[in-house]
Design a protein around this ligand. Structure first.
Ligand SMILES: [Fe+2]
Ligand SMILES: [Fe+2]
Length: 300
């Protein structure tokens, strides 16, 4: 199947110019724009309760309100940690991308601007976790190793599609969380900053993917699909680190099993990818044997 370009794509330089202008007008410095000393609000969740992995299960019903709040704080930090992990991967890929190209182009100046954004985001996520007093929920060793391989070999389709997976999944959760007044103001402000700046990154990656797909051959497409599917599987299955359950006295192995079998949680994962999947399908980046990985991760 050949890739079709249904998504409208503007001229590369024109898009980059608009994104650069928007970056100047709407960017944040989280170190200054977030009140890090503000006390946490008692009774508020770290993320919306209905997005917590155990929501809707008997295990959830047995937790006290206080435990549910604690778990939601650990889960939002775990998700942010996966975001941070992928941001470091993305910064390296973008720098490598810029290394080979003409820095006078707006397109490359935007790639460098995006590195600066991601750098601030990673510090922001790290500070949020620190502020919530939560352990470091770094992705487990196989994802860590997979990430090392991905950032070394991913170029072209897999680089942009993999980036979209990480960016659109977190974006979907944050867009909802930032408007929810049962959620801590800290999470809401972090989400608002991230959503604002990520909208530009998503545009950059989507358009570039749509530009390069028609130029790929069948082998490049298949390789791109496998790499993207592997990245998507790792991202989605690491969002909730099993150790988060220890925070409320649950056995990590047992609770993870319950969460993975929880239809409500599976539906949440699918919901985070609801805009991403049709786009990647349209671009021919999902399909063939590697689709099994998307399914195993509950993304499709
Ligand atoms: Fe980011
Ligand atoms: Fe981003």
């Amino acid at each position: 199947m050949s890739a079709t370009t249904l998504t409208k794509v503007a001229d590369r330089e024109a898009t980059a110019q608009r994104l650069l202008r928007s970056s100047l007008e709407h960017s944040y410095e989280p170190n200054l724009d977030i009140d890090w000393d503000a006390p946490l609000v008692e009774g508020l969740y770290g993320m919306p309760a209905h997005r917590v992995s155990l929501y809707g299960t008997d295990m959830w019903d047995q937790l006290t309100e206080e435990q549910r709040i604690t778990l939601s704080i650990h889960e939002v930090c775990s998700i942010a940690r996966v975001g941070l992990w992928f941001e470091i991967i993305l910064m390296q890929m973008l720098l490598r991308y810029a290394y080979d190209r003409d820095p006078r182009s707006q397109h490359i100046q935007y790639a460098l601007t995006e590195v600066a954004d991601e750098c601030r985001h990673s510090v922001m996520f790290a500070r949020m976790t620190e502020r919530y007093g939560v352990p470091d929920y770094a992705p487990r060793w196989h994802a860590h190793l997979g990430g090392r391989i991905f950032k070394t070999v991913a170029a072209g389709p897999a680089m942009f599609a993999g980036t979209l997976v990480a960016e659109e999944i977190t974006d979907q959760l944050q867009r909802e969380g930032m408007k929810d007044d049962t959620v801590q103001p800290l999470t809401r402000m972090v989400s608002k900053i991230h959503v604002t700046e990520e909208a530009r990154h998503v545009r950059y990656a989507r358009e570039e993917l749509a530009r390069i797909m028609p130029k790929t051959n069948a082998v490049q497409r298949e390789l791109g699909r496998w790499l993207t599917a592997l990245a998507a599987h790792r991202i989605a299955t690491n969002l909730i680190h099993p150790d988060v359950y220890k925070s409320v006295g649950l056995d990590p192995k047992k609770a993870r099993k319950v969460a993975r079998a929880n239809p409500h949680h599976q539906e949440t994962v699918r919901w985070t990818a609801r805009k991403l999947i049709p786009f990647l399908r349209e671009q021919g980046m999902i399909g063939g044997p590697s689709e099994v990985l998307w399914r195993k991760a509950f993304l499709v």
